[in-house]
Design a binder for this molecule. Sequence first.
Ligand SMILES: C[S@@+](CC[C@H](N)C(=O)[O-])C[C@H]1O[C@@H](n2cnc3c(N)ncnc32)[C@H](O)[C@@H]1O
Length: 257
Amino acid sequence: MTPETIERQAIERQAIERRVRELGRWFHNIDLKGVRTAPDHFLGDYPAIKWRRFAHAIPEDLSGKTVLDIGCNGGFYAIEMKRRGADRVVAVDFDDVYLNQARFAAEVMGADIEFRKLSVYDVALLKEKFDVVLFMGVLYHLRHPLLALDLIWEHVAKDILVFQSMLRGPDVVFPVQDDYPFSETEHFERPGYPRMVFVENKYSNDETNWWIPNRAGMEAMLRSSGFTILEHPEEEVFVCRRGGRSDFVETVHPARG
Ligand SMILES: C[S@@+](CC[C@H](N)C(=O)[O-])C[C@H]1O[C@@H](n2cnc3c(N)ncnc32)[C@H](O)[C@@H]1O
């Protein structure tokens, strides 16, 4: 390398470092040409450590596919989808701080991603269905988690849903019968009965952690919202296919005019 190249790289690195600092506190630790965006993340090199545990469950070649990343945060997964050759990646988040971080990360990485400020509750506004939808690490931050899954099924999921949630409780699934008589209550107490706990105050210093399911509860909700679980490649991750859902499921928002 010539001295000019070394100097140019040092200047570029300083500019990236400065912009990363200006963009606030990052949740995604992304390697931007040698600059780490969240080197002190409480979960380690996150989300790269998680991605390494389930990346094999997603097609390596996404050419010809469209991808929607809901709750994209700093853009780590959206950039990975583009790296796998997806034709089109749309990434949405309702938080401007994270969206600005993601825009910058994509620019530095040369990833052509369309960003939109959007809540999961408003995905109908996209007016498009995507081959692959990522819905990672968002469900437990929602006051209305089942509504979000129903909306994704109804408005944006065409085929594959890559889903992740924080889970608590036993990693077992109790085989629930189709129905029980009113007098039967014992099964509710079984470990592995589908459950979701409501957090009124905070969990892990975060007042937006509202609902935390156990594994059985998460699987049951995904199925109930019309997603067939194809793989469970990592303890919190489910790869699903959009299927049919019960006629009793009614997506109530936005109201049909
Ligand atoms: C724990 S982070 C997960 C980020 C990323 N998907 C991942 O798995 O690493 C949660 C993200 O969801 C976003 N989020 C929370 N509620 C949302 C909502 N109603 N609509 C869209 N994004 C939301 C937050 O702004 C944040 O970026």
